[in-house]
Write a protein that binds this ligand. Sequence first.
Ligand code: NAP
Length: 281
Amino acid sequence: MQRIDGKNLAAKKQAELADKTTQLKEKTGLVPGLVVILVGDDSASQVYVRNKERSALAAGFRSQVVRLPESTTQEELLALIERYNRDSSWHGILVQLPLPKHIDEEKVLFAISPDKDVDGFHPTNMGKFWSGHPVMIPSTPAGIMEMFKEYGIELEGKHAVVIGRSNIVGKPMAQLLMDANATVTIAHSRTKDLASVARQADILVVAIGRAKFITKEFVKEGAVVIDVGMNRDENGKLCGDVDFDSVAAVASYLTPVPGGVGPMTITMLLEQTFEAAKVSL
Ligand code: NAP
């Protein structure tokens, strides 16, 4: 079994991006800017936001994290987004999810200008993506496609099973796999006999949010397994949806958690911010 090293690949790609950022700055004076808005004090979100800021700064971007209290109203948040929409020195705007319950997530995500929607969640960007004219693609599945490319994993004609159908991971992942000419099955919590569906996969992508749920009984010998999950195990340690040790015995390729999909998600977010900056020229 070969471990897919997302951490290493992300470091390589982020170093390339830092070079491109230096060149862009020298040629045009433009510095890509990413603003991340965090509402409330969810501890996992604090970590994600810090990592995004750190990576953006390391790539030579301008980066700002706006930390707002839990009590922030929807109107205040929408007004802030509008300010960043109008400020041409910021090219990417990201609102960290989940938002507090009194705020309508959809309204907020739809308020971000599609040109700055580096997460790719705005309906305009989703529509373009689904109709085959992608501009901004959700970062997590985009990062997984980069992993397939880096490791020379063929997708054409393969049977890919995606477990999970969220708008931010499962659905766009299925679309990208289909665009790459895989035959795609999407499974979810109502799928009957999940193990036998999963065992048909040459490529298995798991995005369900259940610690170590997928064991070797779900995996065909030689399958490629991508673990998107980010959970805490019974000892509070970060772990994926896949039971790594069990699945490692049958998979041909496997991503670890941490050090797999997560770092690539951030990398793709930065790449999309860079592209958004270039388009703004
Ligand atoms: P989500 O919105 O909660 O969606 C979970 C999906 O999994 C749903 O479609 C659900 O089915 C399905 N599901 C839940 N339990 C299942 C089961 N027992 N059997 C089969 N399907 C099941 O989650 P998400 O936002 O897609 O995230 C999934 C995981 O990925 C989480 O652990 C999250 O933290 C992680 N994540 C990681 C990254 C990263 O960068 N590494 C990025 C995003 C998310 P129904 O639709 O039927 O409810």
